[in-house]
Design a protein around this ligand. Structure first.
Ligand SMILES: [Zn+2]
Length: 412
């Protein structure tokens, strides 16, 4: 079957080059560089989500200062406002936002299915009622790609038939996987600018590893410039999540970037990298900042807690973000006590924590990459879990099991 599939497709044009620098000698972790039209992105990477073409709480200069080379925009939101005509008129989302680094857009489908209760999926596309005036609308693979062509994002995603991994109906799961393959073909056909925008396929198949394997085979054969593993992070058990990622990365070619969608807790990132994934996105770090939560190497701190009222140390000692950096080093020298004072009351509190959390995520990925390049990722993992949980012996069982599967024993 695989040779038939291979014969049937020729490689798509690509607007990226992927340099694989190092593979961990124990785990499946990789360090690479993804060269995109708006600059080079060191992988593994965490991509902050700028929903409405703005990262809630950060200016683009502040986002640049974190070292971010690639962020996410949502096609669904940009398609509604400012809308395709204005995007075409301005010349795309980079110009609209004044962001000269890379953008990845989703297909818009996930947002419709998750935001709109009345969305209905048929072979044609996703039918829904306009949130503005209730008129029936249809997002097809062709329309999704056309919108993303107008947005001009460096990486565009296929429209997929995405359903919750926890769906109890195996027939529906199989249908969604097969339909996603058919929709990929329609997306490839509709894509106007393959020479400057990179289309990624999205592997589906829920928690059924056989469906995932079939989907990998079909989609890898289509030779898209990059590959995403989708439909996860929807409330499934973490052990199941890890099996799916591990199974898929085992079937994906070495020379293409692998993006696991919707993943962002620090412990998920370090484990998923060990399982062979390169790219991640999640709204959690910025969303949780708005609830007064700061991510640190020692776990998540809820700065609303009264214990921080008289704590005049920075959120995280040694953090490079402007909030934590002392005044003597050009930072703001913000203390936990001040964050506590502001948290969940003043918007500036949310801004400061957003800045810190994005910096934390990007610095985490930097140190992961460095560890892989120096072939000491297993030791990095032990140290990470020691700090994050107070002791690696307190690591969650799913992480222990997943890492054992790739040769690292957190309990050793
Ligand atoms: Zn900080």
């Amino acid at each position: 079957m695989s040779t038939d599939i291979k014969k049937a497709f020729k490689a798509m044009p690509s607007a990226l080059t992927f340099d694989l620098h190092a593979k961990c000698s124990t785990t499946k972790a990789r360090a690479s560089t993804l060269h995109l039209p708006h600059g080079s992105v060191p992988l593994p990477v965490f991509m902050p989500v700028a929903t409405q073409a703005s990262l809630k709480g950060l200016t683009y200069d502040q986002l640049k200062d974190t070292g971010c080379m690639l962020c996410l925009n949502n096609t669904y939101h940009l398609g509604l406002k400012p809308g395709q005509a204005i995007l075409d008129h301005v010349g795309g989302a980079h110009k609209l936002q004044g962001w000269d680094r890379n953008i990845l857009t989703d297909s818009g489908g996930f947002q419709m299915v998750s935001l709109l209760k009345l969305a209905k999926v048929t072979e044609e596309g996703v039918r829904f009622l306009s949130p503005h005036d209730g008129t029936p609308m249809l997002l097809t693979p062709e329309h999704s790609i056309s919108l993303q062509n107008s947005i001009g994002s460096d990486i565009i995603m296929q429209l997929d038939d995405v359903i919750a991994t926890t769906t109890p109906d195996p027939t529906r799961m199989k249908e969604a996987m097969e339909r996603s393959v058919r929709w990929l073909d329609r997306c490839i056909e509709a894509h106007k600018y393959p020479g400057r925008q990179n289309l990624f396929c999205i592997i589906q198949g829920g928690l059924d590893l056989d469906l995932r394997r079939q989907c990998c085979e079909e989609m890898v054969a289509r030779e898209t410039p990059g590959i995403a593993i989708g439909g996860l992070s929807g409330g499934e058990a973490k052990a199941e999540y890890c099996k799916v990622v591990d199974t898929c990365t085992g079937l994906l070619p070495d020379h293409k970037p692998r993006y696991v969608m919707g993943v962002g807790y620090p412990e998920d990132l370090v484990v998923s990298v060990a399982l062979g994934a390169d790219m991640f996105d999640c709204v959690w770090p910025t969303r949780t900042a708005r609830f007064g939560n700061a991510i640190t190497p020692y776990g998540v701190l809820n700065l609303r807690h009264n214990s921080y009222m008289n704590d005049f140390s920075p959120i995280q000692e040694g953090c490079k973000c402007p909030c934590c950096r002392p005044k003597s080093e050009g930072g703001l020298g913000i203390t936990k006590a001040y964050c506590h004072h502001l948290a969940a009351k003043e918007t500036v509190g949310a801004h400061l924590l957003t800045m810190h959390n994005v910096q934390y995520q990007l610095s985490l990925m930097d140190s992961i990459r460095e560890a892989i390049l120096e072939d000491r990722y297993p030791a990095f993992l032990l140290d990470f879990f020691d700090k994050y949980y107070g002791s690696r012996l307190k690591s969650p069982q799913w992480a222990v099991d997943a890492l054992r599967g790739v040769g690292v024993d957190l309990f050793a």
